[in-house]
Design a protein around this ligand. Structure first.
Ligand code: G3H
Ligand code: 13P
Ligand code: ZN
Length: 289
């Protein structure tokens, strides 16, 4: 069933576990996430990025998630969230469409501009009973790795500063807080080491549910430690995409004559479901619905 994100995050906060926020852009991935949630009896966040919205259209993807939450997920709580909204307009459109949570990502902006954009988005969201996530610090990866090359940044320059994080949370009134602690978007196995000492300092100063972006490729033991240090939402996309693409390539290779897309896509959907189920166990949300 579709629920407000606050219902599941407040429980995760009290129970000291994290909820997975999994990216979707279509029917099959949404089904895979919902089926995993049902199989693991886990609350779940289904999130869409701006480019997913451009691909599927806001109306279609919203209806897909809402309908699957209602019909396939049954009594399992599902929350709908905007991932990496870059503008006030994106935020406003998703709030109007019925999302219970938005992410306003001003992390590329100077501190004051990030605060202003976030504050404006939070005020709009709160007036309509929607939660808002803010972000501070530079999360590398995908195009971000280029960022590091271009600007000759080092990881230590990208990490969220605990003092600034506290100021940001206080000034913006965000409900959840995304930070950079060594996490990167995409899979960089071995390179993606979480700075748990930094996380501890942020957790001591920011009394909000913390969000770990870019968790694909982060070792499960490290994620579990991060959950103990206040991470309540863990974002996963790339590992699902990799599982999907690998399974699809195998299916096409195995039977070159098959043209029924439902048969071709079934193993890919199942592979994504398996990734999501595994993550739910790691985050501690399995069995919590
Ligand atoms: O962190 C971003 C998510 O993985 C979404 O990526 O913009 O390619 O949909 P996307
Ligand atoms: P990964 O692609 O590294 O899993 O990151 C997903 C994410 O942070 C979505 O916001
Ligand atoms: Zn992210």
């Amino acid at each position: 069933m579709l629920v407000h994100i606050k219902d599941i995050i407040k429980k995760a906060q009290n129970g000291n576990y994290a909820i997975g926020a999994f990216n979707t852009q279509d029917l099959e991935i949404t089904l895979a996430i919902a089926q995993a949630a049902v199989a693991q009896r886990s609350p779940v966040i289904i999130q869409v990025s701006e480019s997913a919205i451009k691909y599927a259209s806001l109306k279609a993807i919203t209806h897909i998630v809402q309908t699957i939450a209602k019909n396939q997920a049954g009594s399992i709580p599902v929350a709908l969230h905007l991932d990496h909204g870059k503008s006030f307009l994106s935020v406003a459109e998703c709030v109007k469409a019925g999302f219970s949570s938005i992410h306003i990502d001003g992390s590329d902006l100077p501190f004051d501009e990030n605060v202003n954009l976030t504050k404006e988005s939070v005020a709009y969201a709160h007036k309509r009973d929607v939660w808002a996530q803010g972000e501070l610090g530079i999360i590398l990866g995908k195009e971000g790795l280029m960022k590091i090359e271009k600007r000759e940044l080092e990881m230590k320059d990208c990490l969220t500063d605990p003092g600034e994080a506290a100021k940001f949370a206080e000034q913006t009134k965000v409900d959840t807080f995304a930070m950079s602690i060594g996490n990167m978007h995409g899979m960089f196995v071995g390179l993606e080491r979480l700075n748990l000492a930094r996380l501890k300092k942020i957790h001591a100063k920011v009394k909000l549910p913390l969000v770990l972006h870019g968790a694909s490729g982060v070792e499960h033991g490290e994620i579990k430690k991060a959950v103990k240090l206040g991470v309540r939402i863990v974002n996963i996309d790339t590992e699902m995409r990799q599982a999907w693409a690998t399974a699809l390539r195998c299916a096409l290779q195995d039977d070159k004559k098959e043209i029924d897309l439902r048969k071709i896509l079934a193993p890919a959907t199942a592979a994504v479901q398996q990734v999501v189920e595994e993550k739910m166990k790691v985050f501690g949300s399995a069995g919590k619905a």
